[in-house]
Design a binder for this molecule. Sequence first.
Ligand code: F3S
Length: 425
Amino acid sequence: MKLTPEQQAILDGERGEVPAKVMKTLVMYGETFGAETMVPVTGRLGHTVISFGINAMKPVYDLYDRLLEAGMEFRQPFTADPLPLDRNVPSNLLQDLVFRQFMYKQQGRYEDQLRRMGMTSDRDFTCACYFDQVGNIPEKGDVLSWAESSAVSYANSVLGARCNRNSGIIDVFGSAVGYVPCFGLLTDEGRRASWVVEVRTTRRPEAQLLGSAVGMKVMEDVPYIRGLDTWLGTELNADARAYLKDFGAAAASNGAVGLYHVEHLTPEAVEQGEGLILPDAQVYVVDDAELDRVRASYPVMWKDPDAEPKLCFIGCPHLTMEQLADWTKKLEQGLKETGREKVTVPTVFTTAPAVLEEFNRGPYSVRLRKTGVILSYICPLMYMNNPLSKKMPVITNSNKLRTYTSARYYTDGEVLDILTGKEAK
Ligand code: F3S
């Protein structure tokens, strides 16, 4: 690794022993991936994937205590992933006990650490930190030190920023010293596509299903997607951005995609077009039959596959304002058609705290609550990832939640039919 004099000075301990160790960790991390240089983090804000205080991760919080005790100066303030707990989300007494007394016992301690390390605000716990209401929106070409896979995918692909798929802790370390190792998605070559995905469906593909198909096929490679502009248009408007948010989260979790290009739509594809495609790129054709095949391959993890759903989570990744309004209208219409007043399954919509505030000031909030839907700012994955919740038959439209938990995936249309009573599960 060739370091600049300033980077070498940090490594040599000029800023103190702890920053030197942080720098050493980043250098070793970079060397593992063949990085030859460290580059400055240029994004205005960092983002950390660890937002939860669980006992199993006590060594992480001990480590952060050491950074704070050493007076480590954090070069970049940051936002963080969603919080794990919200009393509005239905839970039984046993779950409450497990969540608060055992699982998330370190939560208070960790949130206090985050504030002291440079968390921007208590309102900024969301995986969709790039929403206008939150404001952590990197510029094109910015170098980032993030780790949340859905946010990294969005920043790289939709915003044209540059970020590797780092891990928790590494994200905070990069924000602390202000440098990250240069490899992979930070380089021009690493951003070229080794796959061409041809979308040839007869209708707009479900974002979370297409993302799943692409992720499982290309894994950690970069795909160049043709044919999606037929369904999304060529303008990165609110609808296209929400679609790509959901598509990217599914591709990042069902595979390990950190960057994708959509022909005529995403910034680098618009600028460089087919020049982004590597000469020996492989081709993956996605048609209706392929999406059906992928969908049919999902295992049902429920103990009783015929159980009635007990809970429904929508909003992984967090929902945009437009998605909240859209769901409200569709639920109202569906309930009107079936002559019902409330959704048939306890349902939680999750979004960023700042979006929630704005939504609550607008006309749709009362209308949505009238359908029985509960609004929250949590991460559904953190609700699901324990033995008690695992046993619950939970449904979702999120392919990320399906992948990491026992939740069962349904398309938006199917969820709507279940919630409005048009179709029994
Ligand atoms: Fe966000 Fe949690 Fe889903 S971080 S993408 S809501 S798993």
